[in-house]
Ligand binder design. Structure first.
Ligand SMILES: [Zn+2]
Length: 53
């Protein structure tokens, strides 16, 4: 079984595993995160350097 890490450009990503579990939002403020339901990994990629906090 291969688990791919999804690259995200936003700090908040949503996952429902194609409807297999309730829609959840995962905060990637630490740079990466994992769905608590299906274990899908997400990684934050900074593609918007002009966006200042
Ligand atoms: Zn999930």
């Amino acid at each position: 079984m291969t688990v791919d890490t999804i690259k995200a450009t936003d700090e908040i990503v949503s996952c429902s595993d194609n409807g297999q579990h309730p829609l959840v939002y995962i905060n990637l403020k630490d740079g990466k995160g994992k769905c608590q339901y299906c274990g899908q990994s997400f990684e934050l990629t900074n593609t918007n350097p002009s966006k200042a906090h």
